[in-house]
Design a protein. Sequence first.
Length: 68
Amino acid sequence: MQESTMILTYAGVGLAVMMLGLIVFIQGTILEQPEQAKIMGKRVRTIGTGLFAIGVAYVVGCLFIALA
């Protein structure tokens, strides 16, 4: 029982990182609108994509551990 709670807690942390990455990605898309901010918007979107990917990998890893 305690292991499943810990795995779900870690999966929740992964979901939080994933949602943070999504928010940062959306913010980067919004920043990209003015012509001067295109480079900054692309960098922010890249960071958001990375955080989202890390969160997805973390959640998938926790689910595989839970199934094993």
